[in-house]
Design a protein around this ligand. Structure first.
Ligand SMILES: [Zn+2]
Length: 146
């Protein structure tokens, strides 16, 4: 049996960024970073990290098991339920986790893109709001002062 390999830092970084720092389980409102900066998340393996763990019965290599495509970011609660030795595999089969991760990352990407596009559209409607030259202060009403 192959040995469980630690997840690489670059893989973790990609997972955190593409997940928007949010639990990938549908409808989960738990922020992964609390206001004080405490970490409340975990990374779960889609195909189990080990052969005898939840969803572990697979020919996937140890290297692929720790790869980006096999990992899902979630809150501590969902990490425990996904990896529950009795119900984890039944409640969260491999394909379900893969789809959930894919949908979550796509929603995060869309939301960020929409926010950026919305900001650009707003700036085009009120270009004077972008005038930040030091000798020219413009108020919200568009009146120049100073
Ligand atoms: Zn969660």
């Amino acid at each position: 049996m192959s040995k469980r390999l630690p997840i690489k830092a670059a893989t973790m970084r990609k997972l955190f960024l593409n997940s928007g720092g949010r639990c990938a389980v549908e409808g989960c409102p738990t922020p992964l970073l609390d206001p004080a900066g405490g970490w409340g998340g975990t990374v779960a393996h889609i195909v189990g990290a080990e052969k005898d763990g939840p969803r572990g019965d697979s020919d996937l290599s140890a290297e692929a098991r720790r790869g980006y495509d096999n990992l899902i970011l979630c809150c501590a609660y969902h990490g425990r339920t996904i990896d529950d030795p009795h119900s984890g595999e039944k409640s969260y089969p491999v394909e379900h986790l893969r789809k959930m991760k894919e949908r979550h990352e796509s929603r995060v990407n869309e939301a960020v893109n929409q926010a950026i596009e919305g900001e650009k559209a707003g700036a085009q409607m009120a270009p004077q709001a972008l005038d930040v030259s030091p000798n020219r202060l413009i108020t919200n009403e568009g009146v120049a002062v100073g």
